[in-house]
Design a protein. Structure first.
Lengths: 247, 256
């Protein structure tokens, strides 16, 4: 009975989404030739802009590296406050709620606010990435702390180890691989997400995407697109290798 | 000569259930004692208490001549003299066998060198001997999570021996192992203790193994000592009584 209701609700949702003339489904038949023409204008890519593209990519990479670094520093502190095992629930509950709110704000929105606050350039990009990434990384780190097995801790404590020694030889070895894996994963996300930051003026390659598309220089936009694809594939490959090592 | 451990009228309850009732027990240096009893008899509680991990118990307990406090953890200095072998091994999985064993030295190291892993020649020597005694020399560089159950328990024993304790407590050290491994592990623990001239107290629910490896058996039932005699004098009646009979002071007692 309830299953039928679910199906009816899903059907109604799709009908509501599609039942609006503004979508302009009548444009669909003509879309094929238009897309072909559009892609045709991207060919052949104009590689003469590669110095600009390289500069843009380098800036994006710098934003991702520094944004990740600051997010790691902030997350290390916040993770302790968000850990169920280290602090009372009066602290970790509000901290986790705050992190959830931070995560829920889209990066592009944060970037626009930061541009408004500190002006154009890579700085607002770095700040936006730092803010956005901390919401996820602090939560992941806190979970890494909470997932440390208690038995080895009890064993070393019983052998006379001090708190600092426990942290170094029982807690850290257990959480280090998780922390490294999460950090590399977050760096890859930061790199992908910072590619579009330039569209709102927050630095990086996105600026060139916007410039070339808006001025109808599709052959140059194609070069930028290829460069972005190459960078993302590269970082994904690196991530895959590192993930294997940290298992 | 001071006793390795001495308990006088030790009681402890979890919530309202009495885990230990008026337990008195003496163990001499070099002695090998088995705590025998069914699950829930209080064996683990008693061993954890002796290791300084239980709070709020009543009575008087001395371990290696030091009075055990019942409201806080004992001094680190005294804790490292008592070695504890855990039922579930309690190894750091991602570390090597060697690192796990040398972790037993932490209590004897100064803080700063220990954090950087700068072990002294003495630390390396004691660890190497412990690995040799437990037959792990070949496996020293293997990661702990790549070992079998019996090998993992041997690493836990090596860590305990590297600690150079004056007393070894072992909580069900062989209950996770098959019978063949169980015998070898108990032999290893009792031999190592004998060679070092130190006392060992292990808990078990297996009467045969306890009789073979311990010089003396303490039968625990419902938190109370049912019998305490040399292994050779523990008869089948004792065992039957331990597992099927009624315990002294059975049922709940209200304690003020």
């Amino acid at each position: 009975m309830s299953r039928i209701l679910v199906w009816i609700a899903l059907g109604l949702a799709v009908l509501w989404a599609a039942g609006n003339a503004d979508i302009g489904l009548d444009k669909l038949p003509g879309a094929g030739p238009r897309l072909t023409e559009f892609l045709g204008r991207m060919m052949p890519p104009d590689f003469s802009v590669w110095p600009e593209v390289l500069t843009g990519l380098a800036e994006t990479l710098r934003i991702a590296i520094l944004g990740t670094l600051f997010a790691v520093v902030l997350s290390a502190g916040l993770a302790v406050l968000a850990s169920e095992t280290l602090v009372p629930s009066a602290i970790w509950r509000p901290v986790r709620a705050l992190l959830a709110v931070i995560r829920s704000i889209p990066l592009i929105l944060v970037a626009m606010l930061m541009v408004g606050a500190v002006g154009l350039g890579p700085l607002p990009g770095i700040l936006a990435i730092t803010f956005h990434a901390t919401g996820m990384l602090a939560k992941f780190y806190a979970e890494a702390i909470d997932n440390v097995g208690a038995a080895p801790l009890a064993a070393l404590e019983s052998a006379g180890a001090s708190r600092a020694q426990l942290l170094r030889w029982a807690i850290w070895p257990q959480m280090a691989p998780v922390v490294l894996r999460d950090t590399v994963f977050r760096f890859e996300l930061n790199l992908r997400e910072s590619l579009i930051l330039g569209i709102v003026g927050a630095g990086g390659i996105g600026l060139y995407v916007q410039t070339y598309v808006r001025s109808f220089q599709y052959d140059k936009a194609a070069t930028v697109t290829l460069a972005i694809i190459a960078l993302v594939l590269l970082s994904e490959g690196l991530n895959a290798i590192l993930q294997k090592r940290f298992s | 000569m001071t006793q390795a451990l001495s308990l006088q009228a030790v009681s402890h309850c979890f919530d309202s259930a009495e885990a230990l009732q008026d337990v008195s027990l003496q163990v001499a240096p070099g002695e090998c004692v088995a705590l025998l009893g069914p699950s829930g008899a209080g064996k683990s509680t008693l061993l954890a208490l002796l290791d300084g991990r239980v709070r709020g118990w009543r009575g008087r307990a001395e371990v290696l001549g030091n009075r055990l406090p019942n409201d806080r953890a004992p001094e680190r200095k005294t804790r490292l003299e008592t070695g504890f072998i855990f039922q579930e091994f309690a190894l750091v999985d991602r570390q090597s066998v060697y690192q796990n064993a040398i972790n037993g030295r932490l209590g004897r190291m100064r803080l700063w060198p220990s954090l950087w892993g700068r072990y002294s020649a003495q630390d390396h020597l004691k660890t190497a001997i412990a690995l040799e005694d437990t037959g792990l020399t070949e496996l020293a560089q293997r990661r702990a999570d790549q070992l079998s159950g019996g090998q993992r328990q041997r690493v836990a024993i090596a860590r305990c021996l590297a600690q150079e304790p004056q007393l070894i407590l072992a909580d069900e050290p062989v209950s996770n192992l098959d019978p063949a491994h169980a015998e070898r592990i108990l032999e290893l623990i009792t031999n190592a203790a004998q060679n070092r001239g130190i006392a060992v107290v292990f808990s078990s629910h297996q009467p045969e193994l306890s009789r073979r490896f311990a010089g003396r058996i303490v039968g625990l039932r419902a938190g109370a000592v049912l019998f305490d005699k040399p292994s050779a004098m523990v008869g089948n009646d004792d065992i039957r009584n331990l597992y099927h009979g009624t315990a002294p002071g059975d049922g709940l007692r209200v304690v003020g």
